[in-house]
Design a protein around this ligand. Structure first.
Ligand SMILES: Cc1cc2nc3c(=O)[nH]c(=O)nc-3n(C[C@H](O)[C@H](O)[C@H](O)COP(=O)(O)OP(=O)(O)OC[C@H]3O[C@@H](n4cnc5c(N)ncnc54)[C@H](O)[C@@H]3O)c2cc1C
Length: 344
């Protein structure tokens, strides 16, 4: 374990905010992680875990110890007639991992291609795109449970149901800071079947209902590249707000007032029907697409994406997000929930 002092985090967050970590440690093994966590505890310092920094808003210099999750390794653990079991280290890049699964004849994750960040962070907010979520493939998640540091074995495995996955949610968000993910095991079903329900993908495959997985992977990459800014060119964290979920009566009221409202029914919860509203549409209708406030703004091709063009701060971005949220509340009576995590 090597602890460094006063390290810039600009290259470790996709918004590119220029803040620094008081103490910084690159984690390449479980032993490194345990030693770093104990070091922070001994020195009474707060601890922050970051992966690819693609779902973060860094608002000021981070006090305490920031750990960059970099545990590597990926292997096919088992393959039988019904599934392939694959284990991946938390620090592996998610998109590279998806590419590797396809190269190793293990399709299933192609709809989740090109999502930035690490494999360890993927279960935290249950990453999802194009009609698929990682929760569908989780077998178990290996974590360091920081409430068990005094015990003989603080490492535990959480099964898929124990992770309590939901839309952009999991148990890891319910107990912030408690669990640190060190590895993920995924179960990819055999036989593979494509998921082409999402309109953008359907359009790509009008001639066939079962294209090969690699073609779906390529189509997902193409569609994403045409819609989302590349963080290497323009700072962003993908969708800044979750799509709000409203009750059936609220949905009817909105639909009457705004007949063009974009919404989708979600699976019933305790017998009640709910609808997911397209947050991007709500923001766009309020005239924010392309809006600029100094060096932060709303992407001109997709109103759900907030951007930072350089020289700005996380606090300026949050001020913009609050302004958007207030307007959405005033017009639609709906509150937007922010997707990226704010640190510190
Ligand atoms: C261009 C772009 C497109 C995107 N598209 C999508 C999309 O389609 N779907 C989607 O769901 N998301 C999307 N995102 C958001 C982001 O890519 C995901 O949330 C990703 O999983 C974040 O991974 P990360 O490693 O960058 O996490 P970070 O941003 O580093 O961290 C995010 C949170 O997870 C915690 N964390 C990170 N690693 C660990 C760990 N090992 N153990 C415990 N906690 C940890 C951090 O403390 C923080 O709270 C997009 C982002 C960008 C920039």
């Amino acid at each position: 374990m090597r602890i460094q002092e006063n390290i810039s985090l600009q290259q470790f967050n996709t918004f590119g905010f220029d803040v620094s970590a008081a103490y910084f440690s690159k984690i390449t093994s479980k032993e490194d992680l345990l030693a770093s966590v104990l070091w922070a505890r001994t020195h009474h310092l707060p601890l922050h875990i970051i992966g690819g920094g693609s779902n973060l808003v860094l608002t000021e210099n981070l006090p305490g110890l920031t750990c960059l999750m970099s545990i590597e390794g990926k292997e096919v653990r088992q393959r039988d007639a019904t599934s392939t079991l694959i284990r991946v280290g938390a620090g592996e890049d998610w998109h590279d991992f998806v590419t590797w699964t396809l190269e190793n004849d293990s399709p299933g994750l192609e709809n989740l291609a090109l999502i930035p960040g690490t494999c360890g962070a993927a279960p935290i907010q249950n990453i999802g795109a194009y009609g698929t979520e990682i929760s569908e493939f989780i077998d178990q998640v290996e974590v360091l449970d920081t409430t068990l540091l005094e015990s003989d074995n603080p490492w535990i495995y959480l099964s898929q149901p124990q992770c309590e996955f939901n839309y952009r949610h999991s148990i890891f968000k319910s107990y912030p800071g408690r669990f640190i993910v060190t590895g993920v095991t995924l179960r990819l079903p055999i036989p593979w079947s494509p998921h082409l329900e999402y309109a953008d993908l359907k359009k790509e495959f009008t001639n066939t209902s079962k294209p090969p997985p690699i073609e779906i992977f390529q189509a997902v990459c193409r569609v994403r590249q045409s819609k989302l800014p590349d963080p290497k060119v323009l700072g962003n964290a993908g969708s800044f707000f979750q799509n709000p979920i409203v009750s059936e009566p609220k949905h009817s009221e909105l639909k009457e007032k705004f007949p063009h409202l974009i919404s989708y029914p979600t699976p019933a919860i305790e017998g009640q029907t709910y609808f997911k509203l397209a947050a991007g549409w709500l923001i766009d209708q309020c005239g924010f697409k392309g809006y600029k406030m100094g060096s932060v703004g709303v992407y001109d091709k997709q109103a759900l994406v907030l951007i930072h063009s350089g020289g700005g701060t996380g606090k300026e971005l949050l001020a913009l997000a609050e302004m958007i949220n207030k307007k959405i509340h005033a017009v639609y009576g709906v509150d937007l929930i922010q997707e990226p995590v704010c640190l510190p």
